[in-house]
Structures are given as structure tokens and as C-alpha cells.
Design a protein around this ligand. Structure first.
Ligand SMILES: Nc1ncnc2c1ncn2[C@@H]1O[C@H](COP(=O)(O)OP(=O)(O)OP(=O)(O)O)[C@@H](O)[C@H]1O
Length: 255
């Protein structure tokens, strides 16, 4: 039996005023339950535009995003509560995304409150802090009292709070020191396994892509130029663009 299709894009096209060509041009993409899919491409390929459209933060000029077949249309925030419960974001830089005056426990509880998730929020926060490897007393501390890697753990706990089925992570470890990148990648993989959460990961770092994802989509000039299993695309790329990305990382170790 094939896995259920969760998040899907059909013919996504986005043109910005004043730009010579479209930032995205007819992109099709599907993320199934529990799948870990990477989106790669050189700078300007359209990766961030694609994530904004997939998150319902921007309206496409053509095409549509659906979640379990239901259209995701930007509009009033409350009209998208159903979608925000199902699809959450892991930020690029938790140093910037976390409110400096909000204690970690409040930050993790905030999506539960805003999305009106029923249940004991205090207990859920304690459970989440434990799941991401933080001490229970972390709840009472402010963001500046944590290291960068610990802040990314808080951001991950916050994203996991409403029990989403999909996490979208745009460069989730690029703001971290090399030493903690691997730990956060391992944690993302572990929580995705443990909770059965699908991941859509945008990354320049093919090491991160290899460690985290099973499938990859290569974007170039706003189009999908190649897609397939990570092990195949990164060892035997069919497109010129994927070849160029792999050639730029001469000592990539594939596992
Ligand atoms: N708000 C905007 N207004 C105008 N042009 C934009 C806007 N956002 C993106 N673009 C343009 O759309 C194209 C795709 O940009 P996008 O940021 O999606 O690429 P990217 O692959 O995420 O790049 P990077 O890896 O550098 O973040 C680029 O040509 C960019 O200049």
C-alpha cells in the first residue's frame, strides 16, 4: 500500500513584480506521510519561494497547494488553523525567531494556545522539552540563557507541540556551529522517526540532505529539473544542475 499523500503542489507559479522571469514556474511536488524530502538548488533557484507557498504564507499566481486534498489558501490566520496544526516550521535561526522576552516553556506552549489545541499544555511542554533533550527546568529560562543548539531544540519542541504531521525546515542548521549541526540533524531524524512526522528540508548542505532525507527534488530557475532517491541523485545525477551541486562538494561521503 502506498503512503498517504499529505502536502502537494500542482503547477505552482510565482512571479515577482519587476523580475525578469518567474521565481517558480509550474512546480509539482508531493510529500507523503513519514517521508523525508529535501529541496536543493543553487541560490535563487526558488527554494524559499516554494516553502512560503507551501506554508500558505504567499499566494501563487497559478497552481495550488493542497493538504490531504484540501486547498491551502492564504487568508485570515484563523482560517488556516487546521493547516497550522498539521504543518509546522522549524526556523532557520532560532536566535531570531524566538522572542527574547519569552521563557522557553511559554514559547513551546504558544502554538498550543494560539491554535486552541485541547489538553494539559503544561504537561505537554514538559514532555516536549524532554523529547528534544532539554532539562525540565529549561521551561523557566530565557532564550539568551541557552546555546544556539539548545535554542534550535526549543524551536523544534515548539514546532512539534501541536503534533504536526509535517515539518518544513528551511536551512534548519545553517545558523549553528559545525559541532552542533550533526546533533540537531540527528535529533530531527529521531523525532521524525519517533513521531512519524514527514520532513521537507531545504538545505544548501548536501551532507545534511544525505544524513536526513531519503528523497530529493532539484530546483533550478524555478523549475524541478530532477527528483528521486537521494542516494541515486547525488551519486549519479541526471541533470546538469544536480551534477553541478554535487561537483561543488568534492569529498561528500554518502552513507
Ligand atoms: N519578495 C521578492 N520580491 C522580488 N523578487 C523575489 C522575492 N523573493 C524572491 N525573489 C526572487 O525570486 C527568485 C527565487 O528566490 P528564492 O529566495 O526563492 O531562491 P532560493 O533558492 O531560496 O535562494 P537562496 O538559496 O539564496 O535563499 C530570485 O530571483 C529572487 O531574487
Amino acid at each position: 500500500m502506498s503512503a498517504e499523500l499529505l502536502l502537494a503542489a500542482r503547477g505552482l507559479t510565482r512571479r515577482y513584480r519587476g523580475s525578469a522571469g518567474p521565481a517558480l514556474d509550474g512546480v509539482d511536488l508531493g510529500l507523503t506521510a513519514g517521508q523525508r524530502l529535501a529541496v536543493v538548488g543553487e541560490s535563487g533557484a526558488g527554494k524559499s519561494t516554494l516553502t512560503r507557498l507551501l506554508l500558505g504564507l504567499e499566494r501563487p499566481d497559478a497552481g495550488e497547494v493542497t493538504y490531504r486534498g484540501r486547498p491551502v489558501q492564504p487568508g485570515r490566520p484563523s482560517a488556516l488553523h487546521w493547516f497550522r496544526r498539521a504543518v509546522q516550521v522549524v526556523p532557520q535561526d532560532p536566535g531570531r525567531s524566538l522572542n527574547p522576552r519569552m521563557r522557553a516553556g511559554q514559547a513551546v506552549a504558544e502554538p498550543l494556545r494560539c491554535l486552541q489545541v485541547p489538553g494539559d499544555h503544561r504537561a505537554r511542554v514538559a514532555e516536549l522539552l524532554l523529547a528534544v533533550g532539554l532539562d525540565p527546568d529549561a521551561a523557566g529560562r530565557l532564550p539568551h540563557e541557552f546555546s544556539g543548539g539548545q535554542r534550535q531544540r526549543i524551536a523544534l519542541a515548539r514546532a512539534l507541540a501541536p503534533r504536526p504531521q509535517v515539518l518544513i525546515a528551511d536551512e534548519p542548521v545553517s545558523a549553528l556551529d559545525a559541532a552542533v549541526r550533526l546533533q540537531v540533524v540527528e535529533l530531527l531524524r529521531a523525532v521524525s522517526d519517533a513521531e512519524g512526522v514527514a520532513l521537507l528540508v531545504v538545505s544548501h548542505d548536501l551532507g545534511v540532505v544525505t544524513a536526513l532525507c531519503s528523497d530529493v527534488v532539484v530546483l533550478a530557475g524555478g523549475r524541478v529539473v530532477e527528483s528521486g532517491p537521494v542516494t541515486r541523485v547525488l551519486t549519479d545525477p541526471a541533470s546538469r544542475e544536480a551534477h553541478a551541486l554535487v561537483a561543488a562538494v568534492p569529498r561528500l561521503v554518502l552513507t
